[in-house]
Design a protein around this ligand. Structure first.
Ligand SMILES: NC(=O)CC[C@H](N)C(=O)O
Length: 462
C-alpha cells in the first residue's frame, strides 16, 4: 500500500491518499488509463519527500513508477470523465424551497421529477434501467458511484426511464474489465441528467423526515430559483399513468440471451415447459430471465393487451410485472387483472402485486418515502423465515382493506407494511418486492419456483 499526500481529484484539495501499488501497476498494464492519470496527477504535484512507503521508502522507485504512469497516459488526459476542478453548474430545487448546488454530468437542461433515495451499494446500472423509476430522480446513498463504468449486458430494459441521478461522488476512474463506457457518457447519450458533489446525506435525511419531494434539476443559468421552485410545485406524480410510457408496444416472445456464465442458479433450465404471458408494466429483464431459467416460455404483452386475447392464448400462467407510478391511476390494468384471475394461475411482482391487491377489492396508498434498496428485511409468514430483499416501490397495498379470505403472506419488517399476498382459491400469489433482485440479494428467488408449482398443480388437475 502506498500512502502519500496528494491532490484529491474529486475535492481538488490536498489529502492523504492510499493506493495499492500492485493494483495500480496492474491497472496501468491493463490499459486502465484513468486511474493512472489520477496517480500521475497526484504524484506529479507532490514533493517525493512527502511520500511514505511503509515497507521500503524509496523515492527513486516511486519517481520511476510515476514516469511510467505518465507516459502510459500522456495522450489520455482529455479522456477524464469530469475535470475535478469543475465548479457547481447545476441546481436541484426541491418543492420545500431548498436549493442544492451541484456539479452536472450526463445530459444538461431542466428536468422535473420525484426525488427518492436508494440504499443499494452496487447495481447502479440496473437501477438506471429499471422502468419502475420513470419520473423519479434516484439519489444513491452509497457515496461513490461510477467506478465500474457501464456495460451493455446488465441493462434491465431497453433504455433509462428515470428522470435523473443524484450522487455524492462521481468516480473519475472506471475500473472493470466489462466496462464499455463511463457512466457520464452513458447518461449523456441517453439524455439523462446527473449531478454530483451534493450532500446526499442531508437530502436523504430531509426525505426521511418530510417524505418524498418533487424536485427540479437544472443546468440552465437563465432559469431563476423562483421559476424552478414554481415548476416543482406545479408538477405531481400521484394519479398519473406512467406504465403506458414504459410498456412495450406489441406482443413478442422473450428470447433469453443470457450468457449462462452470468446466470444465477441455471441448473433448472431445460425442465418442464410452462407457457407464461407476462404483462409489461415496465418489466425488468431479470424477471424474464429467471422465469426462462425455471423452464417458462414467455410472451411479453403490452399493458393494454386485452384479457380476452390473453385467455385465447391458453397460457399456463400470467405474470403481472413490476412497473412505474401510481397503481390507482391505471384502472384499465386493474380491469384486465380482474378478467384474468380465477381463470389462470397469476403471479404479481411489485406493481403487479399492487394491481392484484386492487383487483381483489383492496386499496393502495402512497408511502412516506417508499422502499428503494437491496437490504429490506421481510418475514414470510407461512414459513416464519426472514429474507433480505430488493425493493423499489412508493405505493403499498393496505392490508386492512383486503377481503378476509385474501392471505397476507409476507410483511416488511421495517414498517410492517404488506409485502406479499395469496388467494389460494384463485391460484394467485404476489409479492411487493423483487425476487429477481438485480441488484440485490437472491433470498426470494424461490418465489419463481412457487409460481411454477402453482402452474403445475393446475395443469395436472385440469
Ligand atoms: N417496482 C415497482 O413495480 C414499483 C411499483 C410502483 N410503481 C410503486 O412505486 O410503488
Amino acid at each position: 500500500m502506498l500512502f502519500f499526500i496528494g491532490l484529491d481529484p474529486l475535492a481538488f484539495r490536498p489529502s492523504l491518499l492510499a493506493l495499492s501499488e500492485t493494483q495500480t501497476r496492474s491497472h496501468c498494464r491493463n490499459r486502465e488509463r484513468r486511474i493512472a492519470i489520477t496517480v500521475a496527477i497526484n504524484l506529479a504535484l507532490i514533493n517525493p519527500s512527502t511520500l511514505f512507503h511503509p515497507k521500503s521508502p524509496n523515492p527513486s522507485k516511486l519517481r520511476a513508477f510515476t514516469l511510467r504512469c505518465s507516459s502510459a497516459t500522456s495522450t489520455a488526459v482529455t479522456d477524464l470523465a469530469e475535470i475535478p476542478w469543475k465548479t457547481s453548474d447545476a441546481r436541484l430545487v426541491l418543492e420545500d424551497g431548498s436549493i442544492w448546488r451541484a456539479k452536472s454530468f450526463g445530459a444538461s437542461g431542466t428536468q422535473v421529477g420525484e426525488v427518492v433515495f436508494n440504499t443499494s451499494l452496487t447495481g447502479y446500472q440496473e437501477i438506471l434501467t429499471d422502468p419502475s423509476y420513470a419520473g423519479q430522480f434516484v439519489l444513491m446513498t452509497n457515496p461513490h458511484i461510477g467506478n465500474t463504468g457501464v456495460n451493455f449486458d446488465d441493462q434491465e430494459s431497453r433504455q433509462c426511464f428515470l428522470a435523473g441521478l443524484v450522487v455524492r461522488s462521481l468516480s473519475i476512474n472506471t475500473s472493470n474489465w466489462r466496462c464499455a463506457e463511463t457512466l457520464g457518457d452513458y447518461l449523456a447519450e441517453r439524455n439523462i441528467m446527473g449531478i454530483y458533489d451534493v450532500d446526499t446525506r442531508a437530502i436523504t435525511r430531509r426525505l426521511r423526515q418530510d417524505g418524498s419531494l418533487i424536485g427540479v434539476l437544472s443546468t440552465e443559468r437563465t432559469k431563476t430559483d423562483e421559476e424552478l421552485l414554481e415548476m416543482s410545485r406545479s408538477w405531481d406524480i400521484v394519479g398519473v399513468d406512467l406504465i403506458s410510457g414504459v410498456s412495450c408496444k406489441a406482443p413478442h416472445d422473450w428470447v433469453d440471451k443470457t450468457n449462462p456464465e452470468w446466470e444465477f442458479n441455471s441448473s433448472k433450465r431445460g425442465g418442464e415447459a410452462f407457457r407464461v404471458i407476462a404483462y409489461d408494466f415496465g418489466i425488468k429483464h431479470n424477471i424474464l430471465k429467471r422465469l426462462a431459467s425455471y423452464g417458462c416460455k414467455i410472451t411479453v404483452v403490452p399493458s393494454t393487451w386485452p384479457a380476452s386475447e390473453t385467455l385465447k392464448m391458453k397460457p399456463d400462467g400470467v405474470l403481472f410485472s413490476n412497473g412505474s407510478g401510481d397503481p390507482s391511476a391505471v384502472p384499465y390494468a386493474v380491469e384486465t387483472v380482474k378478467e384474468i384471475i380465477g381463470r389462470v394461475p397469476a403471479f404479481g411482482i411489485c406493481m403487479g402485486h399492487q394491481l392484484l391487491g386492487l383487483a381483489l377489492g383492496g386499496k393502495t396508498f402512497k408511502m412516506k418515502f417508499g422502499h428503494h434498496g437491496g437490504n429490506h428485511p421481510l418475514r414470510n409468514l407461512r414459513s416464519g423465515h426472514v429474507e433480505i430483499s430488493a425493493q423499489n416501490h412508493n405505493y403499498a397495498v393496505d392490508s386492512s382493506s383486503l377481503p378476509e379470505d385474501v392471505e397476507v403472506t409476507h410483511v416488511n419488517l421495517n414498517d410492517g407494511s404488506c409485502a406479499g399476498l395469496a388467494y389460494p382459491a384463485q391460484n394467485i400469489m404476489s409479492i411487493q418486492y423483487h425476487p429477481e433482485a438485480s441488484p440485490g440479494p437472491h433470498d426470494s428467488d424461490y418465489a419463481f419456483k412457487e409460481f411454477i408449482q402453482l402452474m403445475k398443480k393446475v395443469k395436472v388437475n385440469s
